[in-house]
Design a protein around this ligand. Sequence first.
Ligand code: GTR
Length: 327
Amino acid sequence: MKQTKLLAVGMAALAVSLASPAAAQQFRAADTHADGYPTVEAVEHMGELLSSWTNGRMGIQMFPGRQLGEERDTIEQTIAGVIDINRVNLAPLNGIVPETAIPALPFIFRSTEHMRTVMDGEIGQEIMAAMEEHGMVGLAYYDSGARSFYNSVRPITSPADMDGVRIRVQNSDLFVATMEALGANATPMEFGQVYEALANGVIDGAENNWPSYESTRHFEVANHYTLNQHSLSPEVLVMSKATWDGLSASDQQLVLKAAALSVPVMRDLWDARVDASRAIVEANGNEILYEVDKQPFIDAMAPVYERFAGTPELSDLVERIQAVGAE
Ligand code: GTR
């Protein structure tokens, strides 16, 4: 009897170990976006690559839609080693890693091509390297399109129209300063709270790219969208330094390779999603201002550059970015 029981326990243990080998490492990954969003799908793709290369020894368990918290919480958890992989925008990292504010600066990039060339090159690597002393290892940059203003009050045609409009921003002093330089009232708030705040009139508007404006349904409660494209602040995929340090050098290389291969996948998904989101918003009859004179917005940004790129190192970074040749 005793032996049968022992045998049963042994068989059960064997079954468990066959189903999930003891050495298997499922990285816990966070994303504020819902299932199906391009960033979520790209990280899932990265997990499939890792899993197929290692016969399931490494993989990714994705927690989309803020299941692990809002971006600021997930960043803290990533630094603490509770979350292994996190896909966030650069903006909420601005207060932790000052270098991340530079690619988030208003109007720093001339185009998506310019942004990709900079972030995929030496400068992007330098900014990732700066994350390490803060407990994160940069794996890849993803696109985030262009952030533009939307609100429920009036069409924004020039900075004068921003006067007194209450605009939600990410948790970033840079974004607060950007809105204030335009005369708006900036309200930092987590992404998941914006819909309700717009619907209740706690804020008048926010700023984001086409897919975020659409996927959050903000477009249903903030009708005016002006494509002023003030920020191309990219998305970044980071790994907790604590997790990274626990990997062998060869596993680290696999993680980097899988992340790099997820970038073109993300960008294709992104381009398609921008078109789909735009079509949904247009069909809803929103008032969209496609052409806007950006110069007055650009001119208002001098104090923002002074404050966030004021040190010789950071202003040098700005100049190097501006000097990178791309369309
Ligand atoms: C989105 C971005 C998210 C988050 C969000 C926000 O464009 O993908 O990571 O930063 O904006 O505005 O909070």
